[in-house]
Design a protein around this ligand. Sequence first.
Ligand code: SF4
Ligand code: SF4
Length: 157
Amino acid sequence: MGKPAEKKRFYSEGLHFECTGCGACCKLGGGFVYPSLEDVGFSARHLELSVNAFTETYMELHKGQYVFKNDGDNCIFYGQNGCNIYEARPTQCRTFPFWKDNLKSHYRWKIIEEECEGIGKGKLFSYNEIEAIKNQSSQTPSGPEPSSIPQTDSDPV
Ligand code: SF4
Ligand code: SF4
């Protein structure tokens, strides 16, 4: 007997996405960004700062985890022209919207589509490309969940 057929994912034919730089995702979940140590080093080098100087200037503790400071709405790096460290933004930001939880079901993807105007535009990301980005994103300690997404284990598909 062969292997049971894998359940077809809603993005098996790929998904279109192109970031417009609108910045809406910089506010999701209160604008909290949880960078990994590698991310911090990358962003610090980009700003020509030591990791210590970067941490003291741009980071703070939130519920026991280091996050980028924010003004209660936006991440500190969000400026008039979008992200001020765009080339060195952390994994959480680089992998949005292809986060594991956003791809959990078509239902969740449709909700995130309401937040992100780049979804459905531009480049067609293949299933394999999406999976690669998704697996990268799951390595971030804890990307925030958009608060608008109900927390259930059994979403409609
Ligand atoms: S919400 Fe979507 S389109 Fe807007 S900046 Fe974020 S990823 Fe880009
Ligand atoms: S680091 Fe840049 S892309 Fe990430 S939330 Fe902050 S402003 Fe947005």
